[in-house]
Design a protein around this ligand. Sequence first.
Ligand SMILES: [Zn+2]
Length: 528
Amino acid sequence: MDDLLIRGGLVVDGTGAPPREADVSVHDGRVVAIEPRSARRAHRVIDARGHVVAPGFIDIHTHSDFTLPLNPRAESKVRQGVTLEVVGNCGFSVAPALPGRATVLREYLASSAPWLPFEETTFADYVAAFPRTADNVILQVGHNTLRLMTAGMEPRALTTDELAAMERLLAEALGAGAWGLSSGLFTAPGCWAEPAEIHALARVLRRHGAAYSSHIRDEADRVGDAVREAIAVAEATGVHVQIAHLKLSGLDNWGGAPRLLDEIAAARRRGLPVDCDAYPYDTASNPLRNLFPRWVMDGGIPAMLERLGRQDVRARLRADIARDGLTNFGRISSWDAVRVAVAPNVPDEEGRTFGEIAQRRGVDPFDAVCDFVIADRGATRILVTSMSEADVRAITATPWVTVGSDANSLATAGVTSQGKPHPRSYGTHARLLGPFVRDLKLLTLTAAVHKTTGAAAAALGLADRGILREGAWADVAVFDPDRITDRATYDDPHRYAVGVSTVVVNGAVVLDGGDHTGALPGRILRRP
Ligand SMILES: [Zn+2]
């Protein structure tokens, strides 16, 4: 007798093969049979007629390490059909936090993890204390975190000793269960690393059979150079490279998606292990301070806050931004394109743009931005509408571009329901399968499911997930292709997606008839 029989659905198996009607049997955590009109018996039968039965979705780029300890039910993701999240991205991880450095790390990550308690911890202790969760998790260790632990916020190359210390911390984390290293070369202190530093760390990764993912050095005016820098890591070291949330920010770069995709496709044709991911929105989210030139963060957050109060510093910042555009985002239409998402110390302003805030206060928008960073002690997270919809669609329509929300698991109640975060936390995968596939027909349902299941598993090197076949882990999403859609908006982000009826993780039902069962069958996945 099997545990579960998902009967009568249209199986889209994640390989890109045509859909077929079949029953899916699950026993002991695994798929044990996929056959039409199965005669197998099971303790529980789920009627999937009229629904698609797919592998559970892989959210290949998230920051849910900042919220899973607060919301282990991973509700905003599970309700989209997500069964695996890759966390520790963009160079940010909450471990290791060496003795005496936990406060610096908490301060540094306040704009990403405002509600998370921070403690001194090794990576091994962090893994051991990680909560049981509804979905599976792949952990990465962050390069920015490692640099904070070795050289702090010093804007310089590492000494030989510091690099050796960083390599040792990386090896420790990999030994303790980190899947790989993520970098965030777009911001301090990672931005102060030369390619040689990354290549040295990538050689450690290669020795462990581990992977590298990167929020690249620039996503605006120098995005092409930044993509080439990431590809060069694969070329020089043979390590798998995941280019995070591929995009072209800034008005001057709009329309560049086809060329950028060509460049990555060419590297893949040359046999280089390079993948990328994207989320289907034209708006990014970032700490507000990252719009400033990088020098403003020299020495750390308290030094930055002191600097921003000075008129001479503001004059230099204005001049830099007038000349170069916003760091990471290039030229934007106006400060109305920047909106406060989460401001833990100034929550009343959440949801307002800096155009509105400046007008209400009767000040210049740039002064409003600087004043805001100071008032919120550097912890503000913002939304920036910086991409063109045409580029977003071109990237999303590309079958080999995997899907990463770049966002935390949240819930509509409890501590993670605060603020006006990016709706992608609640909507990414449902938006792909609803508006982008069903309504806009940018790609077929089969291709879209493959992007966020089989293609993602291949990018990660996962052999037994991301595809529905006998023997694979039973991570399954059942959804109504006519109904699935995102409902979260920028004004009203805390709204669950609809249309997903059943989600199974490691053989256990976590979403049943659209309701969360409270089950926490997720595991931390380790490299084979
Ligand atoms: Zn990122």
